[in-house]
Design a protein around this ligand. Structure first.
Ligand SMILES: *Cc1c(COP(=O)(O)O)cnc(C)c1O
Length: 458
């Protein structure tokens, strides 16, 4: 959500096959890409077109191999083309692609999600994280009969109109559209507050508490770089929303089934279990995507059964999807989650720790100010000193240093997220070979970052 940089230096590392594809793509696809960050606008250069992926590795159209630290932006926790998932997909696809009726795979995937995240008694499956948050917001509005929302600056919830908004002039004033095409009326229903600022939430509720349908937050922010919640954040949001009859939506599209087998909830919860065994301190609604689709379009939102009963066909809140619960996508998601046992989380954590500490050591040796921040095994490197607790802090990075770092890593065969505001994703397939290649690339990239830091900032 950071403005593209207008003037970019050119880079000596050419990628002729990718460049040719990008030229072709730009004729028929706006900006040459189907999701903006893929265009490399924040770092410049030619976006690499990939032709195949296996384990921790990507191969581009020029035949170069890269260690992948993007992981399709989160889903590929097992690594690419995991044989168990591939087998499930092939067997499912051989039985047909989409039935337009209920089928067993979607039941099994819903059961797997419900068994992992205790406060989620029912889920509705959808095809993207955007659909999940959009539908959760509608459900919260339907359940409360209210329309206003609270969201936090720097938290991304997909491209839902009401959630593409930024703060107006004062805390607790209504938000303004973040992009062209979002009507002022849609943004005006949203109040955008600083992440991790409990006092700002209190103030907004003191003024508008009886009009607010829901607070939506990333369980741990990952879309401005990784900014974990301050201790007590989730509990404070729960306390304030409950006191005012509003719902709390925890967006676990990125953290779900990645931070732990039960996502961020598994690290922080259960919060407050009553004598019926329900966690009454948990958020009302959760949204999931990314890992639970195993690289296919599958996402979900869920919560207590009595809240979910408000959805059509049992209730008045309409929500639907031609491909929702698609048998092939749900087979991939189910096989992925079934493979995500404790050993997977341990391997992801180990690879992440080795890479993060290597990056930190190389940047320190080169004298580049930085901080590594964590949410479970999810981490990112901010090119500034820490801690970073909110979006204002995240924005105060040396993006020139990051850009130089990114391109040196790319030239050394490491594919980082092409933006300083993204998490770095490891997988259980990041073995010694892959980690070694990353570690070997770091010192030169750190020196390039140092040179850029020195020259551009002055
Ligand atoms: C990726 C993401 C989304 C949007 O998911 P899409 O599948 O890209 O629509 C929503 N919320 C969070 C926290 C995300 O990381």
């Amino acid at each position: 959500m950071v403005d593209p940089i207008a003037e970019l230096p050119s880079y000596p590392y050419d990628a002729p096959a990718s460049a040719a594809l990008f030229t072709r793509a730009s004729q028929v696809i706006p900006g040459g890409v189907n999701s903006p960050v893929r265009a490399y606008r924040a770092v410049g250069g030619t976006p690499r077109f990939m032709v195949s992926a296996q384990g921790a590795w990507l191969t581009d159209a020029d035949g170069r191999r890269y260690v992948d630290l993007v992981g399709s932006w989160g889903p590929m926790i097992l690594g690419h083309a995991d044989p168990r998932v591939l087998d499930a997909v092939q067997r499912s696809a051989a039985r047909g692609f989409s039935f337009g009726t209920p089928s067993e795979n979607e039941v099994a995937l819903a059961e797997e999600i419900v068994s992992r995240v205790a406060p989620v008694e029912q889920v509705r499956l959808v095809s993207s994280g955007t659909e999940a948050t959009m539908s959760a917001v509608r459900l919260a509005r339907g359940a409360t009969g209210r329309s206003r929302l609270v969201k936090f600056a720097g938290c991304y919830h997909g491209h839902v109109d009401a959630l593409l908004a930024h703060a107006g002039s004062g805390v607790a004033t209504f938000a303004l559209p973040d992009c062209a095409g979002v009507p002022e009326s849609a943004a005006a229903e949203t109040i955008v507050l600083p992440y991790n600022d409990i006092a700002a939430v209190e103030a907004a509720f003191a003024e508008y508490g009886d009009q607010i349908a829901a607070v939506i937050t990333e369980a741990a922010a990952g879309n401005m770089g990784v900014v974990p919640p301050v201790p007590g954040w989730t509990a404070a949001l729960r306390r304030i929303t409950t006191a005012h009859g509003a719902m709390l939506i925890s967006d676990e599209v990125m953290t779900g089934f990645r931070c732990s087998r039960a996502g961020w909830y598994g690290l922080e919860g259960p919060y407050q279990v009553d004598d019926t065994g329900r966690d009454i301190g948990a958020p009302d609604l959760f949204t999931f995507g990314k890992v639970m689709g195993g690289g296919f379009p599958a996402a979900a939102f869920g919560g207590r059964a009595e809240v979910m009963a408000l959805l059509a066909p049992s209730g008045p809140v309409y929500q639907a999807g031609t491909l929702s619960g698609n048998p092939v996508a749900t087979a991939a998601g189910l096989a992925t989650l079934q493979a995500c046992d404790e050993s997977v989380y341990t391997r992801v954590q180990t690879a992440a720790e080795t890479i993060a500490s290597g990056a930190s050591a190389a940047l320190s040796a080169a004298g580049v100010p930085h901080v590594v921040q964590w949410a479970g095994s999810m981490f990112s490197v901010f090119f500034r000193e820490g801690p970073v607790t909110d979006y204002e802090g995240a924005k105060a990075q040396d993006v020139d240093a990051f850009r130089a770092f990114f391109h040196e890593m790319l030239a050394s065969g490491v594919h980082l997220p092409p933006s300083a505001f993204e998490a770095w994703f490891c997988s259980a397939a990041h073995d010694d070979d892959a980690v070694e290649q990353v570690l070997a690339a770091l010192p030169r990239a750190a020196q390039a970052a140092a040179a850029a830091h020195g020259s551009m900032g002055a």
